[in-house]
Design a binder for this molecule. Structure first.
Ligand code: RP5
Length: 168
């Protein structure tokens, strides 16, 4: 039976690879809060806390989250890795670091393989990520669709099986 959730259960999660990303990612948090939607923000690193990234991704849907915004800089694997572990929509925010000015992060996030989409916004444009997350909530009628989620989960499993069947 579906768990009863309060209207104050966060529907959008903002995750980022480091606390140093927060200066950019807070723009997403602010616009979501301005629209009166509850959001939760936390640091989850694909490289430094991979176990926690797995745990977060695997329980996000069950906990009532409907959209994930993930920001990362440099070898920005967080949005793509999270997208590979959940049936929730993931919006990626490329964060600019001083060396390559965010082009590295942008390409890391946007160049996802077929079958594992990440909606990528412009470099440092966490504001747009927040707005897009709100639009996804609004158009989805702010409800989950268990049948569609099941089909998406089966699709994700089919990608895995296809790779495991390959022989060189
Ligand atoms: C990435 O490395 C983070 O997303 C951040 O943008 C970048 C630098 O992290 P810190 O060295 O500031 O922790 O994984």
């Amino acid at each position: 039976m579906a768990k009863k959730r309060s209207v104050r259960t966060p529907k959008i999660a903002i995750i980022m690879g480091s606390d140093s990303d927060y200066k950019v990612m807070k723009d997403a948090e602010e616009i979501i809060q301005d629209f009166g939607v509850k959001v939760v923000s936390k640091v989850v690193s694909a490289h430094r806390t991979p176990k926690e990234m797995y745990e977060f991704s695997e329980q996000a849907l069950e906990s009532g989250i409907q959209v994930i915004i993930a920001g990362a800089g440099g070898a920005a694997h967080l949005p793509g890795m999270v997208a590979s572990l959940t049936d929730l929509p993931v919006i990626g925010v490329p964060i600019a670091l001083k060396e390559l000015k965010g082009v590295d992060s942008l390409l890391s996030i946007v160049q996802m393989p077929k079958g594992v989409p990440v909606a990528t916004v412009a470099i440092n444009n966490a504001y747009n990520a927040g707005l897009l997350a709100l639009k996804i909530l609004a158009c989805g009628g702010d409800q989950t669709n268990p049948q569609l989620i099941k089909k998406l989960s089966q699709y994700r499993q089919s990608l895995r099986k296809k790779v495991l069947r390959k022989k060189l």
